[in-house]
Write a protein that binds this ligand. Structure first.
Ligand SMILES: *Cc1c(COP(=O)(O)O)cnc(C)c1O
Length: 472
């Protein structure tokens, strides 16, 4: 077993490896080229009976684990949405792991609770969020959306379902047809029934149509359903479409419906004054989430969740067994009552480190650079007849497809783009993923990695054109 002196020596070595990794990351393939079971089959079938030297464990990490890692911090990682980190965030994670504190109650680490409260206030200020809302860090957007639906369910059943279970209510939840899968998951876990999730048709820009929402609600009321909650998305996963919050919020007010806003990816853009317009109408919402762990340079996991009605959140989750009672319960935030898990990691630290290291201006200039890179990529494709842009580029995601020649069928075009994506990812030089927009197989390129630069975009464009020339 590692002793104290070994720990010091190994930790120094690891930090050197970590610094080298960041420096040399472009030598790794952006997407792991491992085949299914390739890693599993290399791992020992028997757990060790006696402890092994750290050198051996680390050697196996380098030789057996690293080849099966997709390098999310590679600057040519254009897939999904980024889960970017940064130097200050990694350092904070090291400290969080070292302290190993359980931050479920104020008393279990007062600094963790109070720093969390403070950084949530900072985020509100930095992003122009409603100043009288309360904020808490959740592990993921999926969990935060579940919290929102559970709170909506409890608030609108007068906190009866928590106590008595479901009676005869037939609740409905509304979202756009572009919504993230975590919404349906939350609807299921909240016991509302996935059949009661109503997907509202989106418009030509993939944003929710408020009139269609209004009509769906009216139809449901006429059929005896109880409209419970609307989930609006800022920055849909397929194309970063922005649902119009104000008209949606006005409809929710008209019918007394809970409004939850999922801005998991795009929310970070609210740091930019020129992107504040997307939040117009947010004061009509009840809850709001965004993921600093996607585009704000904070390691996974860190979701910022803001609520208008703190009491409703607490009444939904509060539980106070004798062994958790403390004398300060009335003066402090016990974040265990603000969500699902009891035990909580000290996540506020990495957020604090990142905000202080970058500063608001540092964060803003990174984001502006990412928006600019997306425009460079988009403009390069717009000029060409053999590519098509498939959705408005509202932020730093470009949705596009290759058109090898005119007159091809939808099926043929889809198949050509499946092959193109596969070929690009097999080079290891870039990694991007796909979606479907109106039945069209769509390639997605997100320019949001912490250290992505114009040079990476240019190299990607070159690779793309080379590849299509060869395939076409
Ligand atoms: C990524 C994403 C989610 C899910 O985020 P997790 O934190 O992984 O649960 C939800 N909604 C949208 C719009 C997203 O982009």
């Amino acid at each position: 077993m590692m002793n104290h002196d070994d720990f010091r020596k190994n930790a120094h070595q690891l930090v050197d490896w970590m610094a080298d990794y960041f420096q040399e990351i472009e030598q790794y393939p952006a997407k792991s080229q491992a085949m299914p079971r390739e890693i599993y089959n290399q791992l020992s079938d028997m757990p060790p009976l006696k402890g092994e030297p750290f050198e051996l464990v680390f050697k196996d990490f380098l030789e057996k684990i690293i080849p099966g890692i997709t390098h999310w911090q590679h600057p040519a990682f254009f897939a999904y949405f980024p889960a970017n980190n940064s130097y200050p965030s990694v350092l904070a994670e090291m400290l969080t792991a070292t302290l190993g504190a359980q931050c479920m109650s104020w008393e279990t680490s007062p600094a963790a609770a109070e720093l969390e409260e403070k950084v949530m206030e900072w985020l509100k200020q930095m992003m122009g969020l409603p100043s009288d809302w309360a904020g808490v860090i959740q592990d993921t957007a999926s969990t935060a959306t579940l919290c929102a639906l559970l709170t909506a369910r409890e608030k609108y059943s007068d906190y009866q379902i928590n106590r008595q279970g479901f009676a005869a209510q037939r609740f409905r939840v509304y979202t756009s047809d572009q919504t993230h899968s975590s919404i349906e998951k939350a609807v299921k876990i909240a016991g509302l029934g996935s059949e009661n999730l109503v997907k509202i048709l989106s418009d030509e820009n993939f944003a929710m149509r408020p009139e269609a929402l209004d009509r769906a609600i009216q139809t449901d009321i006429a059929s005896g359903y109880q409209p419970l909650c609307v989930v609006a998305t800022l920055g849909t996963t397929s194309s970063t479409a922005l649902d119009p919050l104000r008209p949606i919020g006005e409809i929710c007010q008209k019918y007394g419906i809970f409004l939850h806003v999922d801005a998991a990816y795009a929310g970070t853009a609210a740091l930019l004054p020129e992107k504040q317009t997307m939040l117009d109408g947010l004061e009509l919402a009840d809850t709001y989430l965004f993921n600093p762990h996607k585009w704000m340079f904070v390691n996974f996991d860190c979701t910022a969740y803001f609520v208008k009605d703190k009491e409703a959140l607490l009444r939904t989750f509060e539980i106070l067994p004798e062994y958790l009672k403390t004398s300060q319960d009335h003066q402090v935030n016990n974040y265990r009552d603000w969500g699902v898990p009891l035990g909580r990691r000290f996540r506020a630290l990495k957020l604090w480190f990142v905000i202080r290291d970058f500063g608001l201006e540092g964060l803003q200039s990174k984001l502006r650079e990412h928006l600019r890179l997306a425009q460079i990529f988009k403009n390069a494709l717009v000029e060409r007849a053999d590519f098509e842009i498939l959705a408005p580029v509202s932020l730093n995601l470009v949705c596009f497809r290759w058109i090898p020649q005119a007159g091809l069928s939808l099926e043929q075009l889809n198949e050509d783009n499946v092959q193109l994506l596969k070929a690009l990812n097999q080079t290891g030089k870039v990694y991007l993923t796909h979606t479907k927009l109106d039945g069209i197989y769509t390639l997605r390129a997100v320019f949001g990695q912490t250290y992505v630069s114009e040079q990476h975009v240019r190299q990607f464009l070159e690779l793309l054109l080379e590849m299509t020339e060869r395939m076409g």
